[in-house]
Design a protein around this ligand. Sequence first.
Ligand code: 13P
Length: 252
Amino acid sequence: MRRNIVAGNWKMNKLFSEADDLLFSLKEELDKKSSKNVDVIVCPPFLYIELATDIAEDSKILVGAQNVSKFDDGAFTGDVSASMLQSMEVEYCIVGHSERRKYYSETNEEIAIKVNKLLEFDISPIVCCGEILLEREQGLQFKVVEKQLTESLFHLSKEEFSNIILAYEPVWAIGTGKTASAAQAQEMHAFLRSLVKKKYGQNAAQNLSILYGGSCNAANAKELFANIDVDGGLIGGASLKAEDFIKIVNSF
Ligand code: 13P
């Protein structure tokens, strides 16, 4: 079923005590609300996953990771496997983020492998796609995301695909304060949904949650989320302050 989702990608931020404070504040605020029509996912650095799952245990917070190894286990220094994430009760994991594509040269093919590993361990992948500024200026944005989607996801069966959450994150909008307009976001989300419809059919397309990411904040979330094909947000900077993040959650 299509769900409204607000996910916080903390990236490489917060010391332990700050992570603890933020998680407790989120829990406190979310507990005050009667059950809302939105799922809240928090994706802290690996080190704080246990802290997050502990605090989340009797709260409305769901816990995700920011990355996963493309390998199963063994001699891969610094890596964290999908089975390890599962053993820590992680239910979601971001893959294909533009920062991983840029700084770690991740390819669509590697992202496809990571998606497979996550599904094998019942973790829902939050798969990111999005064009860089030059590609948008050249009018290539649709071609770019279509290639990303096709190469990283369209090998999946229909049943496997039902566990996917998509995130459209135009790279030029990430951490820049330059948000895609509500119309630009809606246009791309509708296009992504149409690709999924073509590949997996109407039901799969209708049930898919597509999140927007890129300078989404308390001031613009409402307008973005009001679009028919925008089912929530993947939030970076504004997920680091409880007050801002909660305002975004309450934008539905
Ligand atoms: P910002 O919200 O800081 O632009 O980051 C978006 C993002 O990359 C979320 O994954």
